[in-house]
Design a protein around this ligand. Structure first.
Ligand code: LLP
Length: 421
């Protein structure tokens, strides 16, 4: 459920007409709903009620300061995967003890920054990384709390580019080697082993792969405890999917996920940590774009819009589906049309949808790409020297630009000319 609904024939973001925001900021832009972010965070928090837990928002999904502050105010922790994300989380006022540092290749500088600024734990991805964390901690005279990310070799049954839990993927250490790696970790004086981490992929639409992975983690917890390790915390990653195609998708709900977590892991008495990104942010955002032209092709109609693959890359990169709706509600009984919906960027990959049936549009009409709140703005680029599009946050009947559109001069002036030119 989200807060982008038609009222009297007009699309609203909470209590603000989307057309009003478009008139104020210009198109294209991202528009987020505070209430949806809050609702989705709470769904996870409530799903784990009764167990000691922390929901650490995977901020890679959408990392504007205003969004981080909104979630942090509800008590969210943050899952960060780079020095930049760590700095963003701190700048938004998230205390170090609520920041988990994940990521497959943490550099010495990033490790140093997190140990200096404070963190909840590092999720260690390899033995070489473990050695560097130990070294930096010893240099600083501190002890780094760590979990080791295990790769359970489970098929997440999701898009190949976002599956992470098979042995062929670059993530974690093979679960079969966990005892050896934990024994090594325990021997390093700069580290304190506190738990186990696992994340098997993103946009999972079934509970079974999670269940298989968590069962392996439960077994491993008991084995490692028997080996003498103090396993107190289980970080279960993120990955729960959202319904991108609302007419025919119904992935499991957070409450069902939470029940499964308690069933598989509840008996261990561990603190549970989860790192959802997409489910919190995805349906909390839309991308609003304007139709520039409707062009008759030989055998199809092209809807050319002012948003493009540089603004929302998911369709081009993962063949992802986004529901696309007009900002003015179609009248019932109106004859629809089929469009290839494309952006102005100079490559065929800049296609959002092929032969998409929707209400007829004309140049100047506004459309909204739904489910664009996660991995939308954060993956955008300035390809074709198109400015990064603004982000707008709605809260009830108010809205604010939370990242403005840069000017052409700002973009150009980031380049520097060598003295020989
Ligand atoms: N934890 C770790 C260690 C992760 O790598 C990820 C996502 C998450 C948590 C959050 O997963 P989520 O709950 O959002 O599924 N750009 C792709 C998605 C990449 C996901 C990367 N890792 C997309 O647009 O579909």
């Amino acid at each position: 459920m989200d807060h982008f609904l038609y009222r009297d024939g007009k699309l609203f973001a909470e209590d603000v007409p989307v057309s009003e925001i478009a008139a104020a900021v210009g198109t294209p832009f991202y528009c987020y709903s505070t209430a949806t972010f809050e609702r989705h965070f709470r769904l996870f928090d409530e799903a784990l009620e009764g167990t000691d837990h922390l929901v650490c928002y995977a901020m890679k999904a959408s990392s504007n300061q205003a969004i981080l502050k909104t979630l942090a105010a509800l008590g969210a922790g943050m899952d960060v995967v780079s020095g930049g994300e760590y700095a963003r989380a701190k700048a938004a006022g998230v205390p170090g003890e609520r920041i988990v540092f994940s990521g497959v290749g943490k550099t010495r500088d990033e490790i140093h920054a997190a140990l200096t600024g404070g963190l909840r734990q590092f999720n260690v991805e390899s033995e070489p990384e473990m050695a560097v964390i130990n070294e930096v901690a010893l240099e600083l005279g501190v002890v780094a709390p760590i979990t080791v990310r295990v790769n359970p070799d489970v098929d997440a049954k999701t898009h190949a580019k976002i599956a992470t839990g098979k042995s062929e993927n670059k993530f974690g250490i093979p679960i079969s080697r966990a005892r050896e790696v934990y024994a090594h970790a325990a021997s390093l004086p700069g580290l304190k082993v506190i738990g186990i981490d696992v994340h098997i992929g993103s946009q999972l639409t079934q509970l079974e792969p999670f269940r298989l992975a968590y069962r392996k983690v439960a077994e491993l917890t008991e084995t490692l405890r028997a080996d003498g390790h103090d396993i107190q915390r289980l970080d279960l990653g993120g990955g729960l999917g959202i319904p991108y195609e609302r007419s025919n998708e119904a992935p499991p709900l957070p409450v069902e996920y939470g029940a499964m977590v308690k069933e598989e892991l509840g008996h261990l008495g561990c603190e549970i940590e989860i790192e959802p990104g997409r489910l919190i942010a995805g349906n909390a955002g839309i991308m609003v774009s304007k139709v520039i032209y409707v062009k008759e092709g030989e055998d199809r109609e092209f809807m050319i819009v002012d948003g493009a693959m540089n603004d929302l890359i998911r369709p081009a990169m993962y063949e992802a589906h986004h529901d696309i709706i007009p900002v003015v509600e179609p009248t019932p009984g109106e004859e629809p049309a089929a469009y290839d919906i494309v952006g102005p960027v100079c490559e065929t990959g800049d296609t959002f949808a092929k032969s998409r049936t929707m209400a007829k549009v004309e140049a100047g009409d506004l459309i909204a790409f739904r489910s664009a709140g996660a991995y939308g703005a954060v993956m955008s680029s300035e390809y074709n020297t198109r400015p990064l599009i603004p982000e707008v946050l709605v809260n009830g009947d108010q809205f604010a630009v939370i990242r403005r559109r840069p000017t052409f001069d700002e973009m150009i002036n980031r380049d520097t000319i060598p003295e020989w030119l």
